[in-house]
Design a protein around this ligand. Structure first.
Ligand SMILES: O=C(NC/C=C/[C@H]1O[C@@H](n2cnc3cncnc32)[C@H](O)[C@@H]1O)c1cc([N+](=O)[O-])cc(O)c1O
Ligand SMILES: [Mg+2]
Length: 214
């Protein structure tokens, strides 16, 4: 039977990158997506902005919503200090299986906990199941109509603290109008837009960085 795009992306990682070298995994995926098959990874241009936000923050507790093939998981985890933890949620079993192998190939499995399940089900269980008090950094890159409900859910579950940073992908393309309106107008957030381009294309897209003010 025909392979899937995530399976072909994994093959490209195993063929064109060095096990245990996260940067080579990132480069292999970017090369595959730019020259072989486009895929919805945050990509190299927005990825550099993601890198700078993570490096500046040095977060201990990170949540990623929407793992897909693990590209941004690897980008974030490679920058985390020893002892820091990244929990990433992915409800598609096939994508989760590929992402686990990409994360393992990069040698980052000790920093990453991939949870197979829906954000709406698992956000309320973060405290009792993972012993998480609050998150320092959240990367939102899952279904665009889930950004706002999941943000409100994180607020309600007390998972955000004064200074927690939310970074949202695709705020222009495909776009998250309800989420943008909320974080830009709410008195509980200080929000700013990082203009960039949709991964591997010339179309405009960007990241929205929103600091929770408590
Ligand atoms: O649609 C996009 N992303 C949706 C990403 C979705 C990924 O997150 C998972 N998921 C969804 N809700 C979930 C809830 N809980 C757990 N996993 C979840 C899905 O199984 C998928 O792996 C997208 C589209 C474009 N584009 O140009 O069209 C560009 C991008 O950068 C994108 O991120
Ligand atoms: Mg995205």
């Amino acid at each position: 039977t025909k392979s899937t795009r995530p399976q072909r992306l994994l093959k490209a990682v195993q063929k064109h990158s060095t096990r245990g070298d996260p940067q080579s995994v990132i480069s292999a995926i970017d090369h595959f997506c730019r020259h072989r098959e486009w895929a919805m990874n945050v990509g190299d241009e927005k990825g550099s902005i993601l890198d700078s936000v993570v490096s500046e923050l040095n977060p201990e507790k990170v949540l990623e919503l929407g793992t897909y093939c693990g590209y941004s998981t690897v980008r974030i985890a490679r920058l985390l200090p020893p002892g820091a933890r990244l929990i990433t949620l992915e409800f598609n079993a096939d994508y989760a299986a590929i992402a686990r192998q990409v994360i393992a190939w990069a040698g980052l499995e000790d920093k990453v906990q991939l949870v197979e399940g829906a954000s709406g089900d698992w956000i309320p269980r973060m405290k009792e199941h993972f012993g998480i008090e609050t998150f320092d950094f959240v990367f939102l890159d899952h279904w665009k109509d889930r950004y706002l409900p999941d943000t409100k859910l994180m607020e309600d579950c007390g998972l955000l603290r004064k200074g927690t940073v939310l970074l949202a992908d695709n705020v222009i393309c495909p776009g998250v109008p309800d989420y943008l309106e909320y974080v830009r107008n709410s008195l509980s957030y200080k929000s700013c837009y990082f203009k960039s381009h949709l991964e591997y294309t010339k179309a405009e897209d960007g990241l929205e960085k929103s600091v929770f003010l408590g």
